[in-house]
Design a protein around this ligand. Structure first.
Ligand SMILES: *Cc1c(COP(=O)(O)O)cnc(C)c1O
Length: 398
């Protein structure tokens, strides 16, 4: 069912124009919201062709699918009710009872919990792999291994797995390769161009970019995306038309937002690295990052996420969060407003302290999602917060 998609040379143009209905609906420049649960029957025979919101084929869905497919260079795409709907539905469409999955050991919390707590219920087994040591993967391979799953950059340390090796390994052993590309966004990395089979997104983050919906997406070949759609039609995690409209609108500015966030994050990372109160900055764009060379080879930009530590540890981190004025202290990422969190207290609070420290997530690690505020204002805000943390009297050890 490979469709002929309308596309332009650059992602910025595709973000605005790809997938737009032609002719425009009654001349409407902006894609209207089709708030209709069902549509007149066109005469198709297949259940999955009935036009109904849950079957993911309303005009709002179709326009989004085409835009996403063009932007990430896939034959087809599918939007869903959340990033986790996209991840769980795709994993269950690719793997069946008796199959085995190789999956990166540092994962988004929801994905980690789905794999460790739910996959067993479906008779699917898994083994964790270290994304940075391809030599160790072969020994985890089994006769029933069907797929390999990684994330473009890990949260919150921004490590970059050996993605070229993942693709080579998958092709050599006939595995379906899946990658959660949320942190990079298609502006910085397009996994299908590098040979990945399926790219997944929490569209809640950069794709929508405005912190006002949850949504997910998967992009890949018509065959694989079709398999995911047939399961999604049954599981029911469909995106409603109003959320489709918001995602569609948000995606039009994806290119300018992310390019600005790339530039702003690099400046902020360099600024933080220059301050003596800061003991560590994790950002793939810094030459000190352990996979800086790999990130430069693979990515068009280093992204809008960074993390860092203050010399004063947890206490200094908490004090810093109280003193910054612009970033909102809140979880999630990828929106127009800068967000700041302490992962040990939020995204990774479910983990034991020991496991967290093993991964390198200290109690005082701060994660920062750069918004689209003026970089100079953010630097100034960081500066006053750091100055004021430094002046705070240090509590005497008990
Ligand atoms: C947020 C996130 C998810 C889950 O997405 P939801 O839209 O919250 O369901 C999955 N992967 C990554 C990397 C994320 O940041």
């Amino acid at each position: 069912m490979a469709k002929k998609l309308r596309w332009f040379k650059h992602l910025g143009t595709n973000a605005v124009h790809a997938g737009e209905p032609l002719p425009r609906v009654l001349g409407s420049v902006s894609m209207p919201i089709f708030q209709s649960a069902m549509f007149e029957t066109l005469g198709g025979e297949d259940y999955h062709d009935i036009r109904y919101i849950r079957l993911n084929n309303t005009p709002n869905h179709i326009a989004l699918h085409e835009k996403l497919a063009v932007i990430e260079g896939g034959e087809d795409a599918l939007v869903m009710a959340s990033g986790m709907a996209a991840i769980s539905t795709t994993v269950l469409a690719v793997l069946s009872k008796g199959d085995h999955l190789l999956i990166q050991n540092c994962l988004y919390g929801g994905t980690h919990d789905f794999v460790t707590k739910n996959l067993g219920q479906f008779g699917i087994t898994y083994d964790f792999i270290d994304g940075n040591s391809p030599g160790s993967w072969e020994e985890k391979l089994r006769a029933n291994t069907k797929a390999i799953y990684v994330e473009t950059m890990t949260n919150p340390l921004l490590e970059v797995a050996d993605h070229k090796a993942v693709v080579r390994f998958a092709k050599k052993h006939g595995l379906v390769s899946m990658i959660d590309n949320t942190f990079a966004s298609p502006v910085n990395f397009r996994p299908l161009e590098h040979g990945f089979d399926l790219s997944l997104h929490s569209a809640t983050k950069y794709l929508n970019g405005h912190s006002d919906i949850v949504a997910g997406a998967v992009i890949g070949s018509s065959e694989l995306v079709g398999r995911v759609k047939r399961l999604l039609d049954h599981l029911g995690g469909s995106l409603d038309p109003h959320a489709c409209f918001l995602l569609h609108r948000g995606m039009k500015t994806l290119d300018v937002r992310v390019k600005f966030q790339n530039a702003s994050a690099l400046k902020l990372a360099k600024y933080l690295a220059s301050r003596h109160e800061i003991s560590k900055v994790n950002y793939p764009g810094l030459s000190t990052h352990p996979q800086h060379k790999r990130a430069t080879e693979l990515f068009d930009g280093y992204g809008g996420m960074l993390s860092f530590e203050l010399h004063g540890g947890k206490k200094a981190a908490e004090s810093f969060l109280r003193r910054v004025g612009i970033p909102v202290v809140a979880p999630s990422l990828g929106g127009v407003e800068s967000l700041i969190t302490i992962p040990a207290k939020t995204s990774h609070a479910g983990m034991s302290r020991e496991d967290r420290l093993k991964l390198g997530i200290t109690d005082g690690l701060i994660r920062f999602s750069v918004g689209i505020e003026a970089t100079e204002d953010l630097v100034e805000d960081f500066e006053q917060a750091l100055d004021s943390v430094r002046k705070e009297p240090v509590a005497k050890p008990a």
